[in-house]
Design a protein around this ligand. Sequence first.
Ligand SMILES: [Zn+2]
Length: 292
Amino acid sequence: MFVLRIQAILFMAISSLAGAEIKVAVLHPLLGDLVQKVGGDQVQVIDLMGPGGDPHKFEPGAKELREARGAQLYFVSGKGLEPYLPKLKDAVGANRVVEVGETLPTLKAEVLCDHDGHEHVHEEVDPHWWHSIDCWRRAATRVRKELAAIDETNADLYRKRASAVRKELASLHRWATGELGKVPVEHRTLATAHAAFGYFCNEHKWKMLAVQGLNRERVDSPKFVAEVASTIRKERVQAIFPEQRSNPKVLRTVAEGAGVAVGKPLIADGGDSIEKMFRHNVETIVATLGRK
Ligand SMILES: [Zn+2]
């Protein structure tokens, strides 16, 4: 009996040592996937938005901030995605907020604005870097450095895991390139709901066409719809892809007007796994546009 108790106490001591040593919060579920892979058992990750949220609009409330209390770092996408970032920095301290996007390559996109009935086009930073595998490889290094800076004891572990993640991403990129190669060159235009796939198209040398802007703003004026439909015909676009959790009416109107198919939904802004998102999107695109 006495021996058993000793064993139980020893086991408890070991299991508490094996528990997470650092707590961090993430404001994009895919960042949660990356941070958990690099951090492993040493890091507890609190995902404040969850895989179904809209990162263009999400603001953590009192409940989420309570769950994240004690987090040593907050990993956020950056590149202007999170409108509430200044508030978060005020609440938790700017030195705890890591804008992963700030050290990644930046793409700009042309955005159509409609002010009081007059439309004009201007350039904006495209925040959707999570559709570039190259960006994720760089992000793995950034996460590794940030974790090592607050937990030097486990720096070696973080380095090994980040290197394994980069290798997995490189093989994912090779797979994606091979699959997308099944789409004839003249059909490599990705027409989607909102302009989320700029980094994806840039990485694979595709053209992008979106029926909404970068932030899902409404752009369904008859003039705009007619312009998109005419581009679709000119570029010989084969299909338009809606999004999981967002399927604007304007998309169907444009598809009908231009006489093209509506594909299966893509994952644009959410998801819970980087690899699953890429595999889903690439497989969906190739199933519709690939050589039959
Ligand atoms: Zn988006």
